[in-house]
Ligand binder design. Structure first.
Ligand code: SF4
Length: 232
């Protein structure tokens, strides 16, 4: 069975044919707004994301120093205007993200555009923030800062394992490397793949059942069908 490295271009072409080019998550936003949008997207449904960001903007909270000092209750209240109900405690990572930018990068996300600030260093700094796990750190790096990393979600993990492209005992970083390697440092293809694989996971490759018959990735299955580890 071909590896993902060997099938990569064909997989990308197949998913593009099925789903088309997704709009970038942070399209039209400045870098700080993009960081806020990606952080919010971890807990706000896609349909409400633009409205949630607008409400924060109207409340003057999409500015690093203001957000860093904001009362979580005020954040929660501002989001309610977008019919987004999040407990104040779940907004802690958003404030910590702003505080990180203020304390480590002079409050300017624009400074992070500079590729002299190494991706590995940014990743370490983000992972040190309470409430920011590897997938969130990688989503911020990829979707907001256009760094070539891949946020491995449960859907991506299931797809990789079921296709025998990844050992089920692999670590998060090993799974990340399996996708990042053939993408060869291209953040655009990594961003598209992340959106596409999330769709495949929702439409076909669910935790309890793999509906392979109509799935676009069916031609890439092992000859004897999908692997089914017990951990899904
Ligand atoms: S072909 Fe089957 S195993 Fe592969 S992604 Fe689709 S549903 Fe999952």
């Amino acid at each position: 069975m071909p590896t993902l490295d060997e099938s990569f271009l064909e997989v990308v072409a197949t998913l593009a044919g099925r789903y088309g080019r997704p709009a970038p998550v942070a399209e039209g936003l400045d870098l700080f707004e993009a960081l806020v949008a990606v952080a919010l997207a971890r807990s706000v449904p896609p349909k409400k994301l633009a409205a949630a960001l607008d409400c924060l903007r109207e409340a003057g909270l999409v500015e690093s120093r203001t957000l860093a000092e904001a009362d979580p209750a005020d954040l929660s209240e501002a989001l309610r205007a977008a019919k987004v109900s999040l407990p104040a405690r779940s907004l802690g990572p958003l404030r910590r993200l702003a505080r990180w930018l203020v304390e480590r990068h002079k409050g300017s996300a624009e400074a992070l555009r500079d590729e002299d600030v190494a991706t590995d260093r940014l990743r370490e700094e983000l992972l040190a923030l309470n409430g920011v796990g590897p997938a969130t750190a990688d989503a911020l790096l990829l979707f907001a800062l256009r760094r070539p990393v891949y946020p491995v979600d449960r859907a991506s993990y299931r797809i990789l394992v079921r296709h025998d492209w990844l050992d089920p005992t692999a670590t998060y970083d090993e799974a990340r490397a399996v996708i990042e390697r053939p993408a060869a440092g291209d953040p655009d293809v990594l961003a598209r793949l992340s959106v596409w694989l999330e769709r495949v996971g929702r439409d076909y490759c669910r935790a309890g059942v793999a509906r392979c018959e109509h799935c676009p990735l069916q031609p890439f299955l092992p000859e004897d069908g999908p692997r089914e580890p017990e951990t899904f």
